[in-house]
Every structure is written in structure tokens, then in C-alpha cells.
Design a protein around this ligand. Sequence first.
Ligand SMILES: C[S@@+](CC[C@H](N)C(=O)[O-])C[C@H]1O[C@@H](n2cnc3c(N)ncnc32)[C@H](O)[C@@H]1O
Length: 559
Amino acid sequence: MSAVPGTRVEGTSGVGRGRCLRATRAFRAGEIIETYPKPLLALPAARASRTTCHYCLRYTSKRGRYASVKLKACTGCDQVMYCGQACQKAHWKTVHRSECTMFQHIKSTVGKEMPTPVRALAQVLVLLKKGDPATVAAFGDNGSLASNIEAFKANEKRWEDIQLQSVGAAMYALPGLTSPTPTAAAAEWAERAMRALCMIHTNSFDRLDPDQGMTGVFLDPRLAMINHSCIPNAFVDFQERTGVLKAQVDIKAGDEIEISYIDFTYPKTLRQECLSMYHFQCRCPRCKDDLDVYEICQMSPAIPLNSISLMPDLDKLRNPAVNRSGVPKGTIDKIYREWLLHKDGIYEVPEEQSLSVWHAVTPLMRACMWAVEPLPMALSAQCTSFVQTGGIYYALPLACFIATECEPYRYVTPFIAWRLKGVMMIVMLMAETARRTASGEMAKVCSHKKLADILASIDQVTICEALLRLIVYQGSVSSSEDSEVLFDAKDRLQDIESLEGREIESALTKKWANDPQDPQGGAFFQNVVLKAVNDLAALATEILELELMYNDHLVRGRG
Ligand SMILES: C[S@@+](CC[C@H](N)C(=O)[O-])C[C@H]1O[C@@H](n2cnc3c(N)ncnc32)[C@H](O)[C@@H]1O
């Protein structure tokens, strides 16, 4: 493995935490630590396989960066899609020439998509069989990747799945070897397939998109050297086929680089469940002392980065106004389980179904622990439910509330994609409510007087412009190239800039964005943008009570 400046691999596989990646120099928050442009595996998720280019992994969507991308299927197997000839050629060279016949066979016999890990394994097996050097070095009999195979075997149910999936992949990838009469070679390949699947589970990363969810699987042997922490100092972004490792906070030379394999804001037992696939006990302080998001936030070195964000009041991050007395440690997991039982009720009628969700999370609301899961998930689901059922006006205060009361505590670093998506959600809802306000529709539909008054009094377009500039500002801190949300923000900014008669407002937002420390720009952001967002956010709990015909004790407590 070649040494890359800035980091080195240390440790021994299978001993303690095994190998790890260590910084050999300091990195600033947002800085790129290293990139992985030639992954061994980069596949779209099975459910996205008709809408994603199988080489560059661009996915088609209605709006945004790839809206105009038209995908064409491989004429051989009709199973993989490409956005153009360059991608088709590159994919053919990388892997598809070895798997196209296999996909044709699968299509004619099974007739449906293989699950993503099986497809990934089949790809590894055809390349192993062919003797592809990089694949042999990682997955071969003396391959570099950790497999944790003994730990997988110890879990009967999981091992059964591994065996089944391995047989399925081997059947298609190695048709001659898995004939009905077992041979020594077939047994060897079966063993190899099971080990390779354990390696895939241990070392691959889900490509997670805040909008689309799981969009694919990515495996690079060097990226696979990074250990997990629920208080990570780095994160991985994906730009098309390239994985990009970035610093989430300032990192010192000599620090171990750690990412989170899971959503680190989940409650402890859920995190442990998600991590069980990796077969280790996490001993980070969040796990050891069962610290909640507020406690982690208070000690985060990323707090000062929020001075240009929707939460510039750093004291609020350092001293959150929560009252834990009603929610002793350990009860959060119980609340989470209770919420799981009822969570889908939020989208259902009659209201009692939805109310059971809120009953489950009531202790967290009373303690003002808005950032502690499952409360943010319940609030986001309610926001979506309002949008889907025509209550877009009510979704806006909720989105403002989530972006100010939940996300800054959960993801303290303000350029994390989830934070930027939260700001973008406000922009999208505000643009929609502005349109309906202008057409007079709002006056007919929105019965909440205070909300209607705020919407009628604010300059939504200017606020949207400032919020988009905030996304561009924060997004640029951590992006080598435009991410989806950054591209979308720039695209929407162009639309706004093309509106006539807004020269003064536009000049103000630009002035602020060019120098957020400038007193005039700062006052504009405070008095126009933050005031509107905070005023809207302040209506969120009241709207929940009214719209859900709540007993107000649920949200506000009994005084
Ligand atoms: C992607 S690999 C990371 C590199 C690995 N340490 C190695 O030597 O290959 C994932 C595996 O590393 C180990 N690991 C990762 N994070 C860990 C942690 N915080 N504590 C203990 N083991 C960890 C677990 O065995 C896990 O299945």
C-alpha cells in the first residue's frame, strides 16, 4: 500500500482495534485529508440501479445537477445503466466485461435484481477468478482486508445469510465451478466467497445521500483502514465515483483519524445494534458514559464554526436549555423503542395514530431535549406529513425549528451535509409559501393568524437569497467540487439574481456573504434573516399542538 502524504496506516490486523489511519500533519476542519478515486467496489444500490449511472454513480433526479442526464442500458445485459459512452467504456474496462454475461444469465433465469451485497460479491468473484491484481491483493487468500469471519460464524442467523448469499453470488459468477457435483475447487471457492462477503460487510461504506438515503456501496482498501468512533473527527463525502475523506473538526498531527460507520446521533442501544455487524464494542466517550447529543455538543471543538450559521449564539450551544431531570439516562432507549412501535402513525388518519407517536416522545419534549433522537425523526416526519397533506405553511415553522433547535446540537459542524440540507429545506418551503402568499392562496388556506402575519411581513425572496448564500459559504468550506446541495444552492441563487427590481436587497445579501463580520452585513443577517427564521421556529410547538389537536400538556409540560 503506497504511503499518501498526510496520513499513515498503523497497527496490526486482528490485534486490538487492528490497523488505523493516523494523521501525519494537522488538518483544518473542512480540509480534504485524502481522496479515493479508484475504489475496488462502487455500485449503486439495487433499488436505484435503473436511475443511476453504474460507473460515475450520477443519479437522475427531477431538479438539480443531474436533471438533464439521460441513462441508457448496456445493450448486452440490459441490467446496468450509463450516462454516456465514456462511462460505459470505463466501466467495461474496470469490471463490466467480466460480468456482462453473468447479468444476461441472471436476467434470463431469475428475472430480477440481485441484492446489492450479492451483486458486489459476484463482481469480486469474477475479478478474483480473472486474477485482477488489486482485487486479489484485497480479497484474495492472503488479502489485506479484515474479514471478522470467525465473529460472523459465531452468529448463527447471520452466518446462514452469509452462506446463502455467497452460494447465490458464486452460482452466477462462477458457473462452471458450482456444478451439482461438489469438487475440491468448488469447496475452495465457496469458502473464498463467504470470506469475501464478510470482507465486504466489514469494509464497505454505504454511500448515503441526505435526500435519497442509501444510494450505493463503496469499498476502497485504504479507506477501509479507518476505525469508527461515535465522536468522529472526519467524514466521507462522495463525489460521483470518488470518495473524499474530510476533517470534521481540526485534527492535529498524530491524531487517529476516525469516522462514524453509523448515524452517531442515534441512542446508544441502536448504535450498538448498527455496529454489531462490525463485531466490536465501541468505547468512545459517547458510548462509555452514554452521553447525549447536548453533552457531546458542549465539548465539541466545532462550536466556534457556528458563528456563521443559523445558530450563531454560541452560548446556546455551550449551555443548552434542557432539563434532564424527567429523562434519566437509560430511558432514552425505552422512548426510542416505544416510538418505533408507533412511528408510521404520523402519516395516518385518524389522528389518534399520529398522537401515539407524540405520546411516545413526550418526555423528551417536556425536557426540551429536541435534539435527542427519536424526537428529531418525529419532527422531520411531521414536516414531511404536513407537506404531503397540503399543510405546507405548517411545515415551514417546523423546518425552521429543526434547523435551529435540533440539527446544530446533533451535527455541531455547520458544513455537514445534513445541516446544509436543513437550510435548503427552509429555502424550498419559503419559496413555495412566498408563491402562495403572492397569489392570495395563503389568506384562504392558512388559519394560523400569527403565522400568516409573519409570512405577510417578511421578504421571503431576500431571506431565501441569504440562506442560499449561507449554504454556498458553508458548503465551500468543505467541498473540493460542488456537492448536490451546493450545486442546487448556486442554481437557485442564479434564479433569484435574475429577478428584476431587487438590486438593493441583493447587494445587501452579497455584502453579508462576502464579509459576514462586517457590522452592516451582520446586522442585516441578524435582523432580517435570523429574526424571521427564529420567529417562525417559535411557532412550531404551538402549531403541533393546534394542528394535531393536542392536549397542550404534551408539549409544554404541566407548568
Ligand atoms: C473498516 S475496518 C477498519 C480497519 C481495521 N481496524 C483493520 O485492521 O482492518 C472495520 C473493523 O475495524 C475494527 N474496528 C473499527 N473501529 C473500531 C473501534 N472503535 N474499536 C475496536 N475495533 C474497531 C472492527 O474489527 C471492524 O470490524
